[in-house]
Design a protein around this ligand. Sequence first.
Ligand SMILES: *[C@@H]1O[C@H](CO)[C@@H](O)[C@H](O)[C@H]1NC(C)=O
Length: 274
Amino acid sequence: MRAVIVLLFLHLGWTDVVGSVLETGADVEQHVKGGEGQTNPELRTATTTQPDVWTELRDLRKVVQGLAAEVVQQKVELSVTKTQLQHSRSQVQELKTLNAAMEVRLNEEMKDIKTENNAVEMRLTSMEKEMGNVMTDMSGRPKVAFSAALTDAEYIGPFNTDITLVYKKIFTNVGNAYSPITGIFTAPVRGVYYFRFTAVGKSSSHRLVIRLVKNGEQVMAMYELPNDNEYVNNAVVLQLEVGDIIYMQLPSSNEAFDNSNNHTTFSGFLIFTL
Ligand SMILES: *[C@@H]1O[C@H](CO)[C@@H](O)[C@H](O)[C@H]1NC(C)=O
């Protein structure tokens, strides 16, 4: 607005503007429209020397109106921009809320996955237990090896029936396939196994016969006569199915010997699976 007035001054010239401003617009109009007789000669001069003031003013008004319209337009545009900005802000807020909700859901899913993982781990552990304590080496091969001595009780027998010798002094029992309660080795996996035994009788009156038995059938029998005071021993490689049993047997009327020196022993291990 102020710029427009300054422009007006420059355009009309200083004296013109001052002259027109000194009289009110209404007076000027009246004088101009008045009859020829009443005409003030000074004013006549004034109107003739400044014939375009009203045109200029009208133009000026138009300019001002145009500017005002422009300002209104800009105000409208500004308010539209404001509305858009508010809309964008609310969209950002919505996105933030959505993000937070997603984070919560993700956390919940992570928790679920962890719980599932734990359950799977527990199931795996119990499955391993169910597999009959079959431990495996780095290449996934089961670990099976045992070695035990018979007793510290010295003379075992003679009995009037065949008995299974229970080797109670355990040196090794990886995989627990051998039972020091029953004296029986049970094959945990199908494979090829190595077994060996050593025994002594030390009896002056009884023989020592010792048998290696697989599933109730004799595989080998070694013997020592009374007063021999010699050790008997043997070894065998056997292919076994899962659940096959191997044990050492002392037939009726025979006598075995062991003490804290571990004379009489029984050992075995898995060579490889099949
Ligand atoms: C016999 O074996 C047992 C382990 O069962 C051991 O403690 C002991 O020292 C062994 N005896 C001898 C004489 O080596």
